[in-house]
Structures are given as structure tokens and as C-alpha cells.
Design a binder for this molecule. Structure first.
Ligand SMILES: *Cc1c(COP(=O)(O)O)cnc(C)c1O
Length: 425
């Protein structure tokens, strides 16, 4: 992996090479937040204060380095659904990650960057016949499955596939659990492995996903132990089992619990016990949030405000923002703790805080950013709020409901990462 990491000193710009116009070059020590503040300043005399995001593409390089250092045995296959911006994918391809795709459009997007089909896993256990045919035609062989019906389809439409059996995991403690929909129970696995063999299909490994924003690092321990059982069962029925896919679920924001370090410590121990080095098993992961979440910083504007008096005469403030649940905050309603925005305003040193509800701009009362109130100072119409860590599952889920357009995105990058914009994968 280390050869794929960026050497910042050696990656200085080749003389005369063109810097893409749509990418803002960051000054020394500058981050997305400074670019956001500059843009806000530039808009201070304007009445058009539409929501926007700034994506710092260099963050992908530091995340990649952190991932590879923490789990040197594990090759990351980035989960495209998390943030499928063309620039994000391009930089990741240049960094040398693989990709987890779940649809034909995602496959097309990644293949069009010149990524080799062997660096792609089609990790949606349920694929339409036409998508299976597309994968077969384009040499994408690694496919996940968890049901008999999928095996029948694969046998007919993609018989050369290298199948990965997706295991059910106990993910009740994840903020976004997946197990109700995905995964085969361990008791079912032997039957599936035999059926695959009888259909002439090759199963090459096992995968799982602990749920996005996993809250209990030890789910990995159990899942990796269960995968070892699947490897034993697979070998018994004649499959060459050599790929372990530990999925995603790694946290993306600072201060998340459990921390990334805690999770990778648990994973390293489980791998050492159940899949020791030198046994010829390749280990991959499908991180999405870990790479994408810190990339984007969002800025939204207060377009309206209403003060209400609650029982006891307490003042509560309702702020109406120009982006919300139907825009980039779609998943925030499911988060257990509301995010705290950064207020862009000169305030007295200890301004009084009020319970506030942050609403989005549409005519749906359900359209608010967070379930709970947040504590904020008194702000005015026209003021800005900044939300860092908005790169994962945000604009990819934006809609145009009620005529509110998705937030615009602009890209920024420190010049030392310039080679990532030029390297063909
Ligand atoms: C969504 C998804 C991922 C990425 O999950 P994160 O929690 O963002 O890391 C990985 N693998 C599969 C199969 C997924 O559905």
C-alpha cells in the first residue's frame, strides 16, 4: 500500500501543467473552512445567499494515508454511494483505492475513470438482470450475494463471477443499521455455498457490513470470527476461499464514539486471530464515511426566523434555513445527537443561548435538520451557519423538492496534491 501513498515533497507541480479551473488552490495552512468564510464575505453585500459546500480534495489523501497506516493489511475499496462526486472519485482512483459500486451508473462512473474492473467490487447483494449483464460485459467479477435467488440469476447471466457471501451482522447499535435488509445468517451459509458449487459458481470469500456509524467495535470481532467459519465451510464444499471483505462503518467525524483507532485495534486483533498473515487471504474494506465525511464543509443561510414563547415564558427561536432535510441534511434526522453549527457573526463574548429549531425551506413541517433543539445565540435573517464534516451522504441525497435546488459544490485543494489530479489510475 505504501507505494500508493502521496509523497508530498515529490508531488510538486510539474512545470507548466494546467491546474483545473474549477479547483481553488488552497494557500499554505488554508482549509475548506477559510474558503467558506471568504465566499461568505464575498456575498456579504448580495441578496443571493444560496447554500453551498466546499470540498477539500486533499483531505482524501490524508484519510487514505491514515487508513493504510492503521490497517496495512487491508485494501480500501471506497463505497461510491457515500459521495460520488467526479473529483472525489478521480482523486481516490489516483490514490490507488479500489471501489465498491452498487448500481450500473456507479460502475460506469468508476470504469470511465480508467479503473481496472479488478479494482471494483459490485457490493449490492441484489442486482437486476441488466446490471448483472453489464458487470459481466465489462469484466467486473467480484459480486456479493446473500440469497438463493441471486445465485440463480448469477448462474444464468454472469457465470464467471467471483462471488462473495455477505454475512448478516448484529448491527442494532449502528446509527444506520443494514441487517434487516442485507446478509445471510450463518446457519444459511453452508446451504448457499453448496448451491453455488452445484450451479458451477465460484465463491471466493465472505463479506459483512456492521452498519454505518457503528457504535460497538466488537461487532467486527464476531463478524470476522463468523467469516472464518464461512471460509471453513466454503473450503469443505470445494470453494477456494481467499477474499475477506470487512465492509464499511468506520466513523468519519472527529470525536465520534467509538473512535476510528478503537475500531481498527479491534479489527487488527480479530484478523491476527482468525486470518493470520501468510495464509494467502486478501483482506479488503469498503469505507465510505471515513474518507468522505471530512472532505466537505457546508454553509447555509438563515432566510427567516420566528420567536415563540414556551410555557414559563421561555423564548424559543425557530430558524428557517435555505437547505434542509430534502437537501444535504437528509440523514441528519436519523443521527442521535444534533450537530452544532459554527455561527458566522460577531457576537459578544458570552452571548445568551436559546433553544432553537433549525427548519429547512420547504412547506413540509417534517423538514428540519435535527430531531432535537440546538442551543444557539440570537441570530438574524441573512446570517450564515457553517457545518463541517458534511461530505458523506449529503448532496448525493439532495432532491429538488418544492423547487429548492441542491446546494452548489466548489472544490479546493492544496497545490502539493497536484499530482493526484493528473495521475491516471
Ligand atoms: C454504504 C456501504 C458502505 C459504506 O459504509 P460507510 O459506513 O460509509 O463506511 C460499504 N459497503 C456497503 C455494502 C455499503 O452498503
Amino acid at each position: 500500500m505504501s507505494a500508493l501513498l502521496v509523497d508530498e515533497k515529490e508531488s510538486a507541480a510539474p512545470a507548466g501543467s494546467a491546474w483545473p479551473e474549477e479547483i481553488i488552490p488552497l494557500g499554505p495552512g488554508e482549509s475548506a473552512r477559510e474558503v467558506v468564510l471568504k465566499k461568505i464575505r464575498a456575498l456579504s453585500s448580495s441578496d443571493h445567499r444560496d447554500p453551498f459546500m466546499v470540498a477539500d480534495l486533499g483531505v482524501l489523501a490524508s484519510r487514505h494515508r491514515a487508513f493504510c497506516q492503521a490497517l496495512p493489511r487491508v485494501s480500501p475499496f471506497y463505497a461510491v454511494k457515500c459521495n460520488s462526486s467526479p473529483w472525489v472519485l478521480r482523486v481516490l482512483a489516483a490514490l490507488g483505492t479500489g471501489f465498491d459500486c452498487a448500481s450500473q451508473v456507479e460502475l460506469e462512473q468508476v470504469l470511465s475513470l480508467g479503473v481496472a474492473p479488478s479494482r471494483i467490487i459490485y457490493a449490492n447483494p441484489y442486482k437486476s438482470v441488466s446490471c448483472l449483464q453489464y458487470a459481466a460485459c465489462h469484466g467486473v467479477q467480484l459480486l456479493t450475494f446473500d440469497s438463493e435467488e441471486e445465485l440463480a440469476k448469477v448462474a444464468q447471466h454472469h457465470p464467471g463471477a467471483r462471488l462473495v457471501l455477505r454475512l448478516w451482522t448484529e448491527d442494532k447499535t449502528s446509527i444506520f443499521p443494514l441487517s434487516a435488509k442485507f446478509g445471510a445468517r450463518l446457519e444459511m451459509c453452508e446451504r448457499l455455498l453448496r448451491l453455488a458449487r452445484d450451479l458451477g459458481l465460484a465463491v471466493v470469500g465472505a463479506s459483512f457490513h456492521v452498519g454505518s456509524n457503528c457504535w460497538n467495535a466488537h461487532i467486527f470481532t464476531q463478524a470476522i470470527a463468523d467469516c472464518r467459519r464461512i471460509f471453513e465451510m466454503g473450503r469443505e464444499v470445494g470453494h477456494e476461499m481467499n477474499l475477506l471483505d470487512i465492509g464499511g462503518g468506520f466513523p468519519g467525524a472527529e470525536g465520534s464514539q467509538p473512535m476510528f483507532e478503537e475500531i481498527v485495534t479491534v479489527i487488527r486483533a480479530a484478523l491476527a486471530r482468525d486470518f493470520p498473515e501468510g495464509t494467502g487471504v486478501e483482506v479488503i474494506a469498503e469505507p465510505g464515511r471515513f474518507y468522505a465525511e471530512p472532505v466537505c464543509t457546508a454553509a447555509v443561510n438563515i432566510i427567516a426566523k420566528k420567536a415563540v414563547l414556551e410555557a414559563g415564558g421561555h423564548r424559543k427561536l425557530l430558524y428557517y434555513l435555505n437547505d434542509g432535510h430534502y437537501g444535504i441534511f437528509r440523514l441528519c434526522l436519523r443521527e442521535p445527537v444534533p450537530r452544532t453549527p459554527i455561527v458566522v457573526k460577531e457576537l459578544s463574548s458570552n452571548p445568551p443561548l436559546f433553544p432553537c429549531i433549525l427548519y429547512g425551506p420547504t412547506c413540509d413541517a417534517f423538514d428540519k435538520l435535527f430531531k432535537q433543539e440546538v442551543q444557539l445565540p440570537e441570530l438574524d435573517v441573512g446570517d450564515w451557519l457553517i457545518f463541517p464534516f458534511m461530505g458523506a451522504y449529503t448532496w448525493v441525497m439532495s432532491s429538488t423538492f418544492n423547487g429548492f435546488l441542491p446546494a452548489s459544490i466548489c472544490y479546493a485543494m492544496a497545490p502539493e496534491f497536484r499530482n493526484l489530479l493528473e495521475t491516471a489510475p
